[in-house]
Design a protein around this ligand. Sequence first.
Ligand code: MG
Length: 402
Amino acid sequence: MLLLEHHGTTDPGKVRKNNEDSILVGTGRDETLFVVADGIGGFEAGEVASSIAIEVLKEVVPSESMEDAIGEANRRILDAARGDEKLSNMGTTVVAMRFGVREEEPVAEISHVGDSRAYLLRDGDLRPLTEDHSLVAELVRSGDLTRDQASEHPQKNLITRALGAEDEVEVDTIVLPVEPGDRLLLCSDGLTDMVPEPKMLDLLASSPEGPERASHALVRAALDAGGVDNVTVVVVDVKEEEPPATPPRRGDTQEMRPVTPEEADDTGGTERRLESGNQGARALARERAAARKRARTRQKRGRSGRTLVAFVRVLAVALLLAAALTPVYLWSQSRHFLGFDEGEVVVYRGLPYAPVLNEEVRRTGLEESEVQERYRDEIEEHRLYSSEEQVEDVVNDLESSR
Ligand code: MG
């Protein structure tokens, strides 16, 4: 048996009034599921979007496809956004990690959309498990930017995928074999924008006492570095369970069998995975129910705990730019920006910095020298506008102020 020890913490940071990040730390119907969601949208819309994602994922059972569950969260966010003008532009990133057994080996299944990340600390190395769905990540992959340039890029928070953006959402999933000693991390960009990876590695590797200390150290580092965004961290340690002091009696073996979809949909939740009529299994079920209750209590304080996980190796059982520090999703065809080309102001559709992602709409006839200083940054840094009308309003301002 393997055991998961976990702790999750979220902090609004030092600049933002509200916290648009949401977390799930082993308190859903699948107790091995951990999620970080980073909401997007003005006022409190981001909070609403990330909360909806967590509410949906809380109901996921172990046999359910994570892609389907994230797809459902996407639909629920879109439905809520359509019903309320104030929520019309909301969205959220999501990174979800759950544990199980595949081909008799314990694994973590990691699914994500957007720029919230997962990492693995193993043998003293910190390995990223996700690739951001962001403009700068695309430019790094295409060789147009280095990773260092990307981390300083003014549009590093421009994400290319999010829940709440389109009717269908594309989810990336990996399955990672895990072993005792592994430490896994989920986090929002409020951590990764503030704390460089070598520092994250130091803090994770130097907190062997447990995930609570590690997660607090990471959040503290992000706050010390400025804390300009909401910071969320979930740390999960994979451990070998200590053998019991007294050998289990006959019938106490915690055997598990594959979950059938009918059972999984039943309200019995994770307990339904246990062999019926098995006293030990019932005891385990009670233990898990009690653990869940304890976890709920702990969640109010700091969301940490230990979850007994069904890692029985023998029997198989079934992861546009609004402001520089706000992750924003984009619909490239509805985005516009301005640029200077051969001394003239030009209107483009799509996304800047990658020629394949944009096209020229029209040349304005406005000379670069006629543009007032206060507009220059907006044009040189290719500020994004959400519609053609918006960019044309700016062009009108430029024309009337020259
Ligand atoms: Mg963020």
